[in-house]
Design a protein around this ligand. Structure first.
Ligand code: CDT
Length: 321
């Protein structure tokens, strides 16, 4: 018996610095309406989807940095998106910069949320793999200061939602096998990923021509090797003079791309994803219980309770891993 989930790509074109949250949310709402019109139950938006990709700039003024962050979610600017979600019965993934108040003070994260079909937040994820650098590097054409502006999150927890097991990751996370495997070990059936990926990679410009290829390669491998759907969504095009890749796509557990965006602007595309299509991969080629060899891998890919071999050491993994 198939478990179909109609998932839409909510790709965004560029957001310039002068664009207001209100303008951006209106664009997100328009994409959600288009997705609803063709039967979507879930739409996935990009990383840092409410503002321009500000880590390209070295900014010293704290108030100016904080102007790119959300102190609460939903808030006045994003409430219309939550209201529309509830009215249409379309859930969403949204990436944004989060300013969290913690016991130690304010902490900045690169965050995504999963909102169900009734407009309620059901999961939050904070980006683990923060790329780029911490200090100003004027030799670059533009900065990539995620290590300066964000604190890393502490891992991946999957969520029962949309009739299946859903996980989230953000941009650079998609290049790391561990991202998918940690969620694969929790039985993930769909991984949602928003990204902002400049075509130009300053430390390795010889990779620029491969940026779209590496994007798809990483997500296809993650999908196939864990028997999961992967939904990757870009903020694309030329933003404040920096060109970023598009290539938003939906990938089946077979590793095949079943839907993709064709432009580098605001664009919606949709696929009917059978979550039960994961099972054949999880039961056969990637049957972890039958074929994985954790005793040979070391700590990082252990599942809770798995032994490390001869000395019988058990890894104390975070709950759920
Ligand atoms: N946003 C983000 O994580 N971007 C990185 C850019 C490459 S590293 C400078 C990415 O992995 O796509």
């Amino acid at each position: 018996m198939p478990r179909y989930l109609n998932v839409a790509l909510g790709q965004l074109g560029p957001i310039q610095r002068a664009d207001s949250r209100t303008q951006v949310v209106a664009r997100l709402c328009e994409l959600m309406r288009q997705a609803h019109a063709v039967g979507a139950q879930l739409i996935v938006f990009p990383e840092l989807a409410l503002t321009t990709f500000f880590p390209r700039w070295y900014i010293e003024d704290e108030a100016e940095i904080n102007s790119f962050f959300e102190q609460s979610m939903p808030n006045a600017a994003t409430q219309p998106l939550f209201d529309l979600s509830k009215a249409l019965g379309v859930g969403f993934y949204l990436g944004y910069a989060e300013l969290a108040q913690e016991a130690t003070g304010a902490v900045r994260y690169n965050t995504s949320i999963l909102v169900d079909r009734s407009g309620q937040i059901v999961a939050k994820y904070r980006k683990v793999h923060l790329p780029g650098h911490k200090e100003h590097e004027p030799w670059r054409r533009f900065q990539h200061l995620e290590k300066r502006y964000f604190t890393a999150g502490d891992g991946w927890e999957v969520t029962q939602a949309f009739g299946g097991v859903v996980g989230m990751a953000i941009c650079n996370d998609r290049r790391w096998a561990e991202t998918y495997r940690v969620m694969g070990l929790q039985g993930v059936e769909m991984v949602l990923i928003g990204y902002n990926t400049p075509v130009h990679n300053a430390p390795a410009p010889e990779h620029d021509d491969l940026s779209l290829f590496h994007n798809q390669l990483s997500m296809q491998a993650g999908a196939y090797q864990n028997g999961t759907w992967v939904v990757g969504v870009a903020k694309a095009g030329v933003e404040e003079g920096v060109d970023s890749i598009g290539g938003s796509c939906i990938i089946a557990p077979s590793g095949e791309v079943v839907a993709r965006c064709l432009t580098k602007g605001d664009e919606m595309a949709i696929a009917r994803c059978d979550l039960d299509f994961c099972a054949i991969y999880k039961r056969t080629t990637f049957n972890f219980d039958l074929h994985r060899q954790p005793q040979a891998y070391g700590l990082i890919t252990q599942r809770k309770g798995e032994t490390l071999g001869a000395d019988g050491t058990v890894w104390a993994a975070p709950s759920g891993v």
